[in-house]
Ligand binder design. Structure first.
Ligand SMILES: *Cc1c(COP(=O)(O)O)cnc(C)c1O
Length: 420
């Protein structure tokens, strides 16, 4: 039986997580370039087309050193905000290797992206019309919503009929009318149907729709199939069968190019697939608390650092890395935030002693980038492991960082001085 989780976890075998926790302190995010490289190469190998372009969807993990590393692999970047575009440029990506795929932004923001020289992806009829009327010479990519239901849960599935994303496939005649009337140049078509797509069949159904749409545009340079590949979260979990999907989509894509009369590039924008298992999150057990029903482990972190278990009900495998061979006991692992922030219930861990280091898997994607200062706690440090060495790539925040944007007015000083 396939066990995609365990295969990739093997790349962590030589990493001494307790040593990293002692050197850099906890809580700390740890990223492993070997995993990113493995996943990138797996994706490249899965496709057999003349032109393949992978744009890393950097909202998953935006540390500049990670972006610089991803660039060494030959990837481009997919950005969903102008600041992500700026981070990409800072990391050394050329503007032509960056695609800007925001949702619901104003014409102003699009014009700023155009000025920065990056590719732009248009997500609404209104914006398409405005860009057309602005008589821009810049070619655009059009995001189509094929309305194929896919994805892990309603928060991350973006292809359904009620979704805010993309231009509905049923509005294609309207799109073509705008293009014809304004002379707008369309050089790409795009879809992104959601995250955690497990079955290849609905993905291919959506891809077929996009390829049909592509025939309506005569000057395409690329067709972008987005992302949303499912990753495994525990032993025995299976993920999107990339190899099978690659083979089936490549056949369709080569056929498309033949009929289209030109070699266009096949693009993907993987986020989670590249970096999810490339990250571990290390925390310390603050307290072991037994109640009539449960043994809780309270750790020095919470939903402020890792919100996915509470927000998406996502599973993150937890291990006691300082007592891995301890007698296995059942725990519920919780955070220190004054809300119910449960990381995992009924988990078997080697007996937990206060001070033990627990490690969360799949902590590379949508973890640090979704962290906050809730409860006025600081965000964790980040460490990058490359070729056997660990490097600090983000310092732990301090209280000064947390208040650095606040502005005092002096309005209440006098009254407060009087009452003290
Ligand atoms: C978030 C996003 C992705 C990446 O999705 P993953 O599930 O992390 O692979 C790709 N494309 C666009 C447009 C996105 O918004």
């Amino acid at each position: 039986m396939r066990d995609d989780f365990t295969a990739v976890e093997g790349l962590w075998a030589d990493v001494d997580l307790p040593a990293i926790a002692s050197e850099f302190g906890t809580p700390v995010y740890v990223y492993n370039t070997a995993v990113i490289k493995h996943q990138y190469e797996r994706l490249v190998k899965a496709f057999d087309v003349p032109k393949l372009a992978l744009h890393y969807a950097c909202k998953a993990l935006t540390n500049l050193e990670v972006l610089r590393y991803v660039r060494t692999l030959g990837a481009g970047l997919d950005c969903v905000s102008l600041n992500e575009v700026r981070l990409g440029l800072m990391a050394g990506f050329s503007a032509s290797d960056i695609l800007y795929t925001p949702s619901g932004v104003s014409l102003n923001e699009m014009e700023e992206a155009i000025a920065l020289g990056v590719g732009i992806n248009v997500d609404s009829i209104s914006l398409l019309e405005q860009l057309g009327q602005a008589q821009t010479e810049v070619p655009v990519c059009v995001r189509i919503n094929p309305h194929i239901m896919a994805g892990g849960n309603s928060k991350i599935s973006v292809g359904h009929i009620d979704s805010k994303f993309g231009i509905s496939i049923y509005q294609l005649p309207h799109v073509l009318r705008i293009v014809e009337a304004t002379g707008l140049k369309v050089h790409g078509v795009h879809m992104h149907t959601g995250s955690d797509i497990l079955d290849v069949a609905p993905f291919l159904a959506a891809a077929d729709i996009l390829l049909d749409v592509a025939h309506k545009f005569k000057d395409l340079d690329y067709i972008d199939f987005g992302s949303g590949f499912k990753v495994p979260y525990k032993a025995g979990d299976i993920s999107t069968n990339i190899e099978e999907m690659g083979e089936l989509l490549s056949v369709r894509f080569r056929d498309f190019c033949k009929n289209y009369g030109r070699e266009v590039a096949l693009c993907f924008e993987p986020g989670k697939f590249l970096v999810s298992q490339a990250g571990k999150f290390l925390v310390e057990a603050n307290v072991v608390k037994t109640t009539p029903s449960t043994v809780f482990v309270g750790v020095n972190s919470g939903l402020n650092h890792l919100i996915r278990p509470m927000f998406y009900e996502s599973y993150h495998h937890i291990e006691n890395v300082t007592n891995p061979d301890g007698k296995a006991r059942i725990y519920t692992v919780v955070g220190y935030i004054c809300e119910t922030d449960t990381f995992g219930t009924n988990r078997q861990l080697g007996e937990v002693r206060e001070g033990d280091i627990l490690s969360f898997s799949n902590a590379g994607a949508y973890c640090m980038t979704m962290a906050s200062n809730y409860n006025s706690r600081v965000r964790p440090a980040e460490v990058l492991i490359h070729e056997g060495k660990s490097h600090l790539v983000r310092k732990r925040e301090t209280i000064e960082d947390v208040i650095s944007t606040q502005v005092g007015t002096g309005l209440f000083e006098q009254v407060n001085a009087e009452i003290s």
